[in-house]
Ligand binder design. Sequence first.
Ligand code: 6PG
Length: 243
Amino acid sequence: MAGSRLRTEVHTFPTPEQTVAAVAERFAAAARLACQSSGRFTIVLAGGETPKDLYRLLATTYRDKVNWQAVYVFFGDERFVPPSDPLSNYRMIEETLLNAVPIPQRQVYPMPTEGISPEQAARQYERQLLSFFQGPPCFDWVLLGLGEDGHTASLFPRRNNFSRQWVAAVNDAPKPPPQRLTLTYRAFNQSNEVTFLVTGAHKAQTVAKVLQAPEAQLPAQKIVPRQLLAWYLDQAAAGQLKS
Ligand code: 6PG
């Protein structure tokens, strides 16, 4: 693409712990850079199981290595359940990270999931993003996971591309629960830097498809940020990559 400055990196580590530690280091470096240039660090966090150890590491070892007062937290997707629900990504991120670091609550933007329909919630979050960024959202740093079917956030294969939206309501997610909210490709691709954190042998076949089979056209392959696309894999998840 003309003028594209996108750099893609693939980092592989022997263990999940070393992979998570490398992402934490990158997070801290990106935070320093963003704060130097704009005085703030706008991030989008992922749900699911994989990022939990990263959030715990950021909340402990990295607690004093990040200027949390300058961090603004958004969510890549959310299960359409109350924030107190064990399935809630917000609850998981609150428990593993937000309760342990001094980010002002007003700088945390959960996706709304109560007293509102998924469609209304998507429109409301979209308005929040457009108001915060005074225009199209442009996140400094985005964390994403990868599902075995190649989904990321709540963008699933053979589904709507939501090309005209920044936030979408999903009602037929194959990964339970079926009702979710998600940032769209359009929103993710406006961001400066996207990091995929993927571990485990059960993801190896999908990682190989996403990175080495462009014809697969999986959701994770449609994530094309503005500057840096970084994959952080443990040896197990990288196991089917052709060198
Ligand atoms: C979710 C996530 C989802 C997740 C992948 C990987 O709400 O479940 O946003 O996209 O990142 O499904 O999940 P695991 O990390 O649990 O394997």
